[in-house]
Design a binder for this molecule. Structure first.
Ligand SMILES: NC(=O)c1ccc[n+]([C@@H]2O[C@H](COP(=O)([O-])OP(=O)(O)OC[C@H]3O[C@@H](n4cnc5c(N)ncnc54)[C@H](OP(=O)(O)O)[C@@H]3O)[C@@H](O)[C@H]2O)c1
Length: 240
């Protein structure tokens, strides 16, 4: 099952990992639509991708997501790399602002659930949904209790949906550190802290977006694979 001619919606495709997924899928002959909240960013990304379709879509807005799918065509695959960084929800647990911590779940957990609820009916037989979590689900860092809880709950959302929506396939990619635009604008000291975190991993470096994109392409093509969390993080489970 290749991607030649496959219709793919990449939510979050205007930047970072999602942009790489869109670019790599286009390279395999797919027909790609990129979606996210910022129209200018999407237009810029579309131009860099040679002019793909774009859709302004906030996956936390259920009414908007329902309206989008009511008017959309049928897809073969839906990928979401949509995410925010939720810094407000981080810090020692005793000092957490619980409202901001709650917000941390909004795009990645609730947005993914909303996308599945309304997107599944617009998928062809044999189609797939692929979400994006993060390494903190299994390798928590101090000060990231709620990010860990959010990533863990996304893993379990994936399992539940894989059962519920079968024979549609539902999987997720859980990256480690990835050198997307978000990483590139960090200060040198923050970059050094990131690199130090990965130093004891079997692959002791930050990953490239295209390396992570390969995992999404695999999960779209892998017709006998569902309910899987694919960790693309340089071997975090074997660290140190
Ligand atoms: N980079 C890393 O090191 C790393 C590591 C582990 C996990 N992750 C996870 O991987 C995902 C992608 O990361 P990235 O580095 O590629 O980040 P990114 O470049 O910031 O990409 C996230 C995308 O999500 C879109 N988005 C945000 N809120 C949205 C919403 N409500 N509805 C629809 N789209 C929305 C953004 O576009 P708009 O601004 O246009 O909405 C943006 O294009 C994130 O979930 C992140 O937490 C990243």
């Amino acid at each position: 099952m290749g991607l030649q001619g496959a219709k793919i919606l990449v939510v979050g495709g205007g930047s970072g990992i999602g942009f790489s997924v869109a670019k790599t899928a286009l390279g395999e002959g797919a027909e790609v639509t990129i979606a996210s909240t910022n129209a200018d960013k999407l237009a810029d990304a579309s131009a860099r991708l040679g002019g793909v379709a774009t859709a302004v879509l906030d996956i936390t807005d259920e009414t908007a997501v329902a309206a989008f799918f009511a008017g959309s065509g049928i897809y073969d695959h839906i990928v979401s790399t949509a995410g925010d960084w939720g810094e407000g929800g981080r810090g020692p647990v005793a000092e957490l602002d619980m409202k901001k911590a709650e917000d941390l779940f909004r795009v990645r957990l609730w947005g993914s659930a909303i996308l599945a609820k309304h997107g599944a009916a617009r998928l062809n037989a044999g189609g797939s949904l692929t979400f994006t979590g993060g390494m903190s689900a299994w390798r928590p860092a101090k000060g990231s209790v709620m990010a860990t809880a959010m990533a863990g709950s996304l893993a379990h959302l994936t399992l539940g949906l894989a059962k519920e929506l079968a024979p549609l396939r539902v999987n997720a990619v859980f990256p480690g550190g990835v050198a997307t635009e978000v990483y590139e604008v960090l200060s040198d000291s923050t970059k050094a802290a990131w690199q130090a975190r990965f130093a004891s991993f079997p692959l002791p470096r930050i990953g490239e977006p295209d390396e992570v994109a390969e995992a999404f392409l695999y999960l779209m093509k892998a017709g006998y694979t569902t309910g899987q969390i694919l960790q693309v993080d340089g071997g975090s489970m074997l660290a140190g």
